[in-house]
Design a protein around this ligand. Structure first.
Ligand SMILES: [Zn+2]
Length: 80
């Protein structure tokens, strides 16, 4: 699994996590995630970000938090 199907899966990832996709697309994305470690890792990262954003007070800008979380994740990846 690579190339266009990855693009497609990542394109729908947020809606997938938010349960906003029609069942047919959910099935396609889920199928891809089962076969693609990269996209599945991406899904897990984004689910974690969603949790953190949901837990964060409304006054705090979600974009700010998201950037911070992504920075932490990037560091963690480099640390390996
Ligand atoms: Zn993929």
């Amino acid at each position: 699994m690579s190339g266009k199907s990855c693009e497609e899966a990542l394109d729908r990832l947020y809606e997938y996590i938010d349960n906003e996709l029609p069942p047919e697309d959910v099935r396609r994305v889920a199928e891809h995630l089962e076969n693609c470690t990269n996209c599945d890792a991406e899904r897990r990262v984004n689910e974690r970000i969603k949790e953190l954003v949901a837990a964060c007070p409304k006054e705090e800008a979600p974009n700010d938090l998201r950037a911070r979380v992504l920075a932490v994740i990037a560091e963690a990846r480099q640390a390996g």
